[in-house]
Design a protein around this ligand. Structure first.
Ligand SMILES: Cc1ncc(COP(=O)(O)O)c(C=O)c1O
Length: 363
């Protein structure tokens, strides 16, 4: 069987991306302490767990197509209407919907690298060309560089804020100025997967800018995977102006959100107490890791997220392998390492192992 002959041409010609080529070999990651995937180590809201358990018992009937409860929770949280929301099983799937709705061969999608690479897949799956601008020297997003590269083929610009894998952010004033300058034919996509962890006063969600700049096609990518601790449950959404939402709704992702995910996501968003706990504990462990990594002589990038990007000044792949041998999974990418903020005892264990590893490697 020659499946390749059956493939649509965009997929046949698609280069292998970082995501598609990510392989774990024979390692069972469930046996590792997971500090490599930016999951929430502080857990899911107990209220969300109870809501999901209750809903799981009703799994024989279909979910609420209108998603009234989940959309009410999101609408209340952001002061938006149902017409500003489209959901899907994870932010990756609503990103795919953006591609289906808006991208076609000949289009360009602008982004800075290093960043979260899902948008590259989305572009290529739809025959569009990713145009990559390097980040600035301090690895923050280069907004002027992005503006300078916009042309008549540019259909979309993607900004991850705070940025994965670096953890740094662009302040709300700079982003607002960018949003105003961006021409109307360019869909501005702001991926705010980690923004709920942010503590800096000017690291803000773009929702008020989206509401104010009605004439601009602004899209906010949101997920329940990180701050709300529901990565395995799969729930995400887009906030945008109603006309964009109307077309995105036709791409079908919202019908893929199970009743269990809907109930869990709504309860998680309403559980402010658990949210405060997650934010506080994450900030405490993040401060500890930042301090200890600096003491070990690593270059540490300031993080507003639940991960820390650091240059160990030795081969990051080897650091990651040696850490894995000791039972902790971290990531090596973009010439450095990225470690997910975890509960304090895990952070202490990670620092103990890293001290050993760096001593070995620096000999
Ligand atoms: C910046 C960013 N956006 C989106 C996602 C994916 O989120 P989801 O689990 O909702 O698909 C991730 C996951 O790591 C991410 O880092």
């Amino acid at each position: 069987m020659e499946v390749k002959k059956l493939l649509c041409s965009t997929l046949r010609e698609k280069p292998e991306t970082m995501r598609a080529s990510r392989k774990m070999g024979n390692i069972d990651i469930n046996k590792l302490i997971r500090m490599g995937l930016n999951e929430n180590a502080f857990g899911t809201s107990p209220k969300a767990i109870a809501a999901m358990q209750e809903m799981a018992a009703k799994g024989n009937t279909y979910q609420d197509w209108m998603q009234t409860d989940l959309k009410s929770a999101i609408a209340e949280h952001y002061g938006v209407g149902f017409e500003n929301i489209v959901t899907g099983p994870g932010s990756s799937s609503v990103t795919d919907a953006l591609g289906v709705a808006f991208l076609e061969p000949g289009d360009e999608v602008l982004l800075c690298m290093p960043t979260f690479p899902a948008i590259i897949d989305t572009a290529q799956n739809n025959g569009a060309k990713p145009v990559i601008i390097p980040t600035k020297e301090d690895l923050t997003y280069d907004l002027d560089g992005l503006l300078a590269n916009i042309n008549e083929h540019t259909k979309m610009v993607y900004i991850c804020n705070p940025n994965n894998p670096i953890g740094t952010y662009v302040g709300i004033d700079a982003l607002t100025a960018f949003a105003k300058k961006c021409p109307d034919h360019v869909i501005q996509v702001y991926d705010e997967a980690y923004i709920e962890f942010a503590e800096a006063e000017d690291c803000k969600e773009m929702v008020e800018v989206m509401k104010e700049l009605k004439e601009k096609p602004i899209v906010l990518l949101k997920t329940f995977s990180k701050f709300y601790g529901m990565a395995g449950i799969r729930a995400g959404y887009i906030l945008a102006q109603p006309e964009l939402i109307e077309w995105l709704s036709k791409c079908g992702t919202q019908f893929a959100l199970s009743k269990v995910s809907q109930a869990g996501a709504a309860a998680a968003m309403r559980d402010k107490e658990h949210g405060e706990y997650v934010k506080r504990e994450n900030a405490r462990s993040r401060a500890y890791l930042t301090e200890e990594l600096k003491k070990l002589g690593c270059k540490v990038y300031p993080s507003q997220t639940n991960f820390i990007f650091f240059d160990p000044h030795v081969d990051p792949q080897e650091v990651s392998m040696k850490m894995m041998e000791r039972g902790i999974m971290i990531s090596a990418q973009a010439g450095a390492n990225r470690v997910t903020v975890h509960r304090m005892e895990m952070c202490q264990l990670f620092i103990r192992y890293l001290t050993e590893i760096l001593e070995e490697m620096r000999k």
